[in-house]
Design a protein around this ligand. Structure first.
Ligand code: DX5
Ligand code: ZN
Length: 215
């Protein structure tokens, strides 16, 4: 089953609670939470206190995408704050195994992510150990960018590798999704779709419904 994961990076922070209620009312079961450290990516977003306070008010699945250098330093803390899944970048660490183990031991699902310039094969050694592979379809750091068509083939290749090995790993894509192009990553084999601007600009409930109708 395909899943929409609205990214609150594009939400109006003044109305964050209401907007999360709106995505839930429209049927979304995941919430994508982008944590940026200003080092791995050239921007800073939000972190633990925000996740902790949201967790007190909602049961929606927290799909936490950490764009942090040396994610092993903080991965387990995000689980304590309420992350259901923590996805980190392979480019950000030399300690992939330790990071996977830390997330798993803390009790959350594990995702690994690759930037547009990273060959998809970088994810292959880890497929048996993770719940999800996140193929970035924009350079991480900012919302509102254009979907990079060059990444579609990577979605296809990782899905193929997962199927060949008989695994049940989710393939998520993140960046530049619109109503017009959402079918492209889905057809290539993605089953978790992040959407920021396409959800939070305009009528949130109507946007979620329209996107989910295409899935
Ligand atoms: C970018 C973030 C994305 C971002 C997507 O680094 O990881 O999750 O919020 O935003 P849109 O959907 O607007 O491209
Ligand atoms: Zn993200």
């Amino acid at each position: 089953m395909n899943i929409l994961s609205p990214s609150i990076l594009a939400a109006d922070c003044w109305q964050l609670g209401q907007q999360i209620e709106q995505v839930q009312r429209a049927g979304a079961r995941y919430l994508h939470i982008d944590v940026m450290d200003g080092i791995f990516v050239p921007s800073i977003s939000f972190g633990m206190p925000v996740i902790t306070s949201l967790r007190k008010r909602t049961d929606i699945f927290f799909d936490v995408h950490i764009m942090i250098q040396e994610p092993e330093r903080y991965a387990a803390q995000f689980v304590s704050c309420g992350a259901d899944m923590v996805t980190f970048h392979l480019e950000a660490t030399e300690h992939v195994q330790e990071t996977i183990d830390a997330i798993r031991q803390a009790g959350a699902k594990v995702g690994i992510s690759i930037k547009p310039g990273t060959p998809v094969q970088a994810a292959f050694p880890w497929l048996e150990q993770v719940d999800m592979v996140l193929v970035m379809t924009v350079e991480p750091g900012f919302g509102g960018q254009k979907y990079m068509d060059s990444c579609t083939e990577k979605i296809r290749q990782v899905r193929e590798a997962i199927t060949e090995r008989g695994l049940s790993v989710d393939v998520e894509i993140d960046g530049g999704v619109t109503l017009d192009n959402i079918s492209v990553p889905l057809e290539a084999g993605a089953n978790v779709i992040v959407a920021g601007s396409a959800v939070f600009k305009g009528d949130v409930e109507a946007n979620v419904s329209a996107l989910m109708a295409q899935m």
